[in-house]
Design a binder for this molecule. Sequence first.
Ligand code: TXA
Ligand code: MG
Length: 312
Amino acid sequence: MRITLSQAVQAIQEEQVIAVPTETVYGLAASLSSVQAIQHVFTLKGRPLINPLIIHVADTAQIYPYLSETPPFFYELVEAFWPGPMTLILPIQQDRIHSVVRANLPTAGFRIPDHPLALELLRQVGPLVMPSANLSGRPSSTTPSHVEEDFGARVPVLDGGCSIRGIESTILAYQEERWVIVRLGSLAPEDFESVLGYQPAIVHPVKGDSQPLCPGQLFRHYAPHAKLALSHLEKLDSIPVILGFNEIAYPAHKQVIRMGSIDEPLEVAEHLYDCLRQLDQEQIKEAWVDMRFPRQGLWLTIAERLERAAKG
Ligand code: TXA
Ligand code: MG
């Protein structure tokens, strides 16, 4: 069911869970003040309770009451990238945010999304927790129909069109005097250099760590049911379907799903999850993924998502 902004406001106030558009991906939204709705988000997604949620706000004034301190360059990062696809992991006053939101960590993730409907909703109802609006492990949703594919009538959708970024926010945490990237996303490491004076390092999670920097990175992710064969690992010969690029000529007898131009990573990012979902809609069992693109900027994130999808 598609709902209007005023219906969305009412639903959140009645402690329901709804899907909300953002510029990155659709979110499964519950009021930060409703533990019951937040628990319902975990249940609907099939999400492990040890994987914390991002708190979305309309402006920084909605964040300050929760923080215990602001790390260096906080204001500069906020000024440069919010509203936008950046999530900051920040130290909080633990009695102000229920432990279920933050999986009992002493920090919480915050973001101001860059989407007019999301911002207006947040202004009217206050902070919302929003994980991506997909079943745990599946590709995220970038359109209302993706949300409906995963949740059917159980989750009303505030229709904000297609998510133009198409890939989740980049998550930064501050540790040992530096900001580091704990999840690659729509913003590339290079994008932060002019603000921080350095490119934040990409930190990979360690299995068995009792307090991982980004618990979500330990789980299976972004995977269609179809098996993905990455071009640098497997040959095309026996695989009938290709996930590829607009201007590249592939063997004529193959079915090609085109993610966008090899010169336009923004376009590829926007279509990535839709293409992965298309494989399942067409009940394709296996696809060969053309990975012959650069490993820099947004392409790094695209490569990481495809590699994780292939592991699923
Ligand atoms: O673009 C996005 O970030 C989207 C849209 C809806 O805003 N949201 C999103 O949420 O991707 P989700 O739940 O799918 O991913 C949130 C990630 C998880 O990997 C989680 O482990 C991490 O953020 N995270 C949340 N709070 C954290 C914290 N306090 N410390 C470390 N990682 C945290
Ligand atoms: Mg997610």
